[in-house]
Ligand binder design. Sequence first.
Ligand code: ATP
Length: 519
Amino acid sequence: MSDRFREVARRIFSSLDLESALFDAYAYLKGIMPLDGAFITSYDHGQKKARVIALACAEGGVGLDEMISISDGTWEMMGVWHEESRQNPTPWIRDHTHPINKEFIRLVKHWLPSVRTRPEGSQNLCCTISCALKSQGEIMGNLILAAAGESLYNDSHVEVMKDICEPFGMALANAMRFKDLVRDHQALQRDTRQMTGDVMIGAHGGLSKVRRLIEQVAPTESPVLLLGETGTGKEVVAGEIHKLSPRCKGPLIRLNCGAIPESLMDSELFGHQKGAFTGAFETSVGRFERASGGTLFLDEIGELPMAAQVKLLRVLQSGEFERVGGTRVMQADVRIIAATHRNLEAMVAEGTFRSDLWFRLHVFPLSIPPLRKRTEDIPAMVDHFILHKTREMNLSYRPCLAEGALAALMDYPWPGNVRELQNLVERALILSGGRPLRFETLLDRPAPRAETKVWEVTEPLSGTFDDMAASWIRKALVLSHGKVSGPNGAADRLGLHPNTLRSKMKKYGIRLHRRVNVN
Ligand SMILES: Nc1ncnc2c1ncn2[C@@H]1O[C@H](COP(=O)(O)OP(=O)(O)OP(=O)(O)O)[C@@H](O)[C@H]1O
């Protein structure tokens, strides 16, 4: 394997964006041969049109995916070339006098506005060297390298082309497959949204204020922080923001920060190069790259480990990131929506969430009220869930509600919010056997009632908050026999991270080398 092959392969496979990979390869090739532009094209023989998939020149890489009509004369010559390339893949040199190159200059002027504005004549001489790009024996397209001037390419450049056409062919095939996958994924997302209703119930009721805020923030690029109890619809709101944003044609990619082990978090966010760590058998694309041009929804952001918080902050500040084990700096082209059911401000005070990251995310906080505070939405939600669950469950009938059923729902505190209501409707449908739906018995259990505890103050306050906190820490240390971390340790009993507990012990002057006094 030649060094040229290795270097070009490394560059052309460095990114799923064919245009940036092509620009990387172009920068390398420009150092070893005359070069002003590199083009990856394919031809539609039915329509007699050329498709420019990507091009790279001094200004950078551009992904075009544009169809251009070609004159009949040129098309015939292209047909001959295409047929010959099928039989014999030797690269072709075309000098500045070749008629195809005259047509090529016309196309280059069309694709590159900067060429049009250069002094007349400076771009009118053009040599090209091109080769067919094949994958599994099929011609997928062509690589055309072009330089302004006369008779610039010779046999040594043919050897370069022979070396590099294979990785270019594979990269083109992968890029086309990736594009298909993205298209499939978007279609699937559309279908899923249609199946689940793709509507935010309550937009004109209990969520009307939320709806107004969504409409105000969606057109901007600002990060949004969604706050609300579990199941209130934070993901639904994130979807609405994305849908109404200028990024709506791009992907909406979700990462549940609470579901990824800490050791894999960097790789999930930023991707990794093959061999970056034990088990990294393949290069993997992270969520930042997958969300490129769209929105990255970071759910359960409060669960993001400290080390990952630092890295996320760095990306939000610089707009750049690298894959784990990679050397190439990539631009982050995403809009961030984060969500949490936790009190991030308290976490910042406690030292478990970085204050600088909180400031970055807290640009536009949007609170979604719990369902018990917008019971007016319950009837429409029940209707909506009955409609969609009967479809999903392939039921031939659509049951109605029994008398008093709605009243029972309106009276319930809904600790699990909309998700709990959705599950309840599904359970009632399964049990109904076609009879009117009733919920009373399903609700007949001691629900964990949020916000219903009545606090009674029987004693006056004695001491400050710090005094109380220090006293609790001492008690927890006594109960855990001085053990700070681990199961049944003081940190565990207090619901704190051991490091947080240690820093608080330092703050309150609590030491462990002698018996801890409770008071
Ligand atoms: N306003 C709404 N209209 C229609 N469906 C909703 C609405 N709000 C929530 N849902 C449905 O309720 C379920 C839970 O919503 P979602 O996952 O968005 O909640 P969440 O706040 O993100 O929950 P968690 O905090 O657990 O991640 C989903 O199936 C969602 O489709």
